[in-house]
Design a protein around this ligand. Structure first.
Ligand SMILES: [Zn+2]
Length: 305
């Protein structure tokens, strides 16, 4: 692994642009490149452009792994620099990338979102998506790669396996991120747990998470994420009420905040955690471990008897 500034060559022809969020540059024939994600904003897009210039590459394809704003916020800038760039994304994720206001809208339960939910971390500039992608082996931009379904953190998230490197997006987080966010963001917990098994089974020598350092310990990072989400499931389950008397989603969230030591001092973080707790409650209900009790206009969650 060689290092130039914050650009690291993970294996011959596969580079990582490292930062608060990570992106990938895959060398393709005729000095072209396939990009994987574009970072959180225009500045990150500029970093990718500089890395491309240093490598002498022109990008032809940009694969977006999922629609969280910090992973496609550089799209608009890069499209301005490289107008022929073809943007690829999974279904559903593609719709949000095209209409970025949908992320703050869903975080505020479908209502017109609070201004605090419209920062660059939660709403990126709109970007076209030229083609929607499905899991499987494909050739894009002249590169043979495999798109791997790692949905759960986001509804239809996809990872990219190329030349023994797995660009895993947010299917797994590095250890510092897990320590900082003990309730890992998830939108579909059954799939999120399954995605850890998928990550562990990928035949790769190096994994690049969306946040954190590249690692060769793929089973290790899958396991630490499996344990983190497992702890979150246990925390949410312990915070629902008894079989006779339940707690509201807000109460479960507040109690989990204490149990897990969550940092919830701003409206954005509160609503991200609210979304994840809702995903956990839906998962526990589907597992018949929790029931939804609706009475007198009040929804409470109870331990299944
Ligand atoms: Zn994400």
């Amino acid at each position: 692994m060689s290092r130039t500034g914050s650009v690291v060559e993970l294996t011959t022809g596969v580079h990582a642009v490292l930062g608060g969020v990570n992106a990938g540059i895959i060398e393709a024939p005729d000095k072209t490149a396939v990009l994987v994600d574009s970072g959180q904003d225009k500045e990150y897009g500029k970093r990718i452009r500089r890395a491309l210039a240093d490598l002498g590459l022109t990008p032809t394809v940009l694969i977006c792994t999922h629609s969280h704003a910090d992973h496609y916020g550089g799209n608009a800038y890069l499209l301005g620099q490289f107008p022929d760039l073809q943007v690829l994304a999974p279904p559903i994720e593609a719709n949000i990338i095209r209409a970025p206001e949908l992320e703050p809208i869903y975080l505020f339960h479908g209502a017109a979102p609070l201004p605090e939910l419209q920062s660059k971390w939660l709403k990126a500039p709109a970007s076209p998506v030229h083609r929607e992608i499905e899991a499987g082996r494909v050739t894009v931009g002249g590169v043979d790669l495999e798109l791997i379904d790692v949905r759960g953190h986001a509804h239809r998230q996809m990872g990219v396996l190329v030349a023994g490197v797995f660009l895993a997006a947010d299917a797994v987080f590095g250890p510092e991120t897990l320590t900082r966010y003990p309730l890992p963001f998830g939108q579909d917990i059954a799939w999120q747990l399954a995605s850890h098994d998928t990550v562990a089974s990928v035949q790769a020598t190096t994994l690049l998470p969306g946040h954190g350092a590249p690692t060769s310990d793929i089973e290790g990072i899958a396991d630490s994420n499996r344990r983190a989400v497992g702890s979150a499931v246990a925390a949410v389950e312990s915070c629902v009420g008894s079989a006779e008397s339940g707690h509201s989603t807000e109460d479960v969230l507040a109690m989990c905040g204490v149990t897990l030591g969550l940092d919830m001092d701003d409206l954005a973080r509160y609503h991200l955690n609210y979304c994840t707790v809702s995903a956990h409650l839906g998962y526990l209900r589907s597992e018949v471990r929790v029931t939804a009790h609706l009475a007198a206009g009040r929804l409470t969650w109870r331990r299944a008897s």
